[in-house]
Design a protein around this ligand. Sequence first.
Ligand code: CMP
Length: 131
Amino acid sequence: MEKTLVLLKPEIVKRGLMGKLISIYEEKGLTVEEMKLILPTRELLEEHYAEHKEKPFFESLVEYMSSGKVCAMEIQGEGAIQIVRTLNGKTNPLEADAGSIRGRFALSKSVNAVHSSDCPESAERELNLWF
Ligand code: CMP
């Protein structure tokens, strides 16, 4: 069984779409093992997004992610990391499949509905950070 971190970003919590997104993962057979609503600190986000520190969008990303509560989840299932990434769709909603979570719900490249771990090493690191 594989585990991955999923973050439902602030606009999803504010728009009341948490349940809808959680259902999409559950309908696919994945299970929510841990879940919490958290207003992330700058320190947590800087650590979480450390690989993007030098990117031009880093500041606005941290600012946006700390603008409201985030729903953090540990999601489990066989092949959970890849399944969640496929369900999420591409980072840029303009390129994401229309039926994917980002295709359906993301507003822009940065206000893009969800985050999930991209490999087993990231999943372990990110789950330790958030839980
Ligand atoms: P996420 O999966 O949370 O991981 C890194 C985040 O950086 C990504 O989703 C986007 O929200 C954001 N991001 C990536 N590329 C860009 C970009 N070119 N402009 C703005 N935000 C970006």
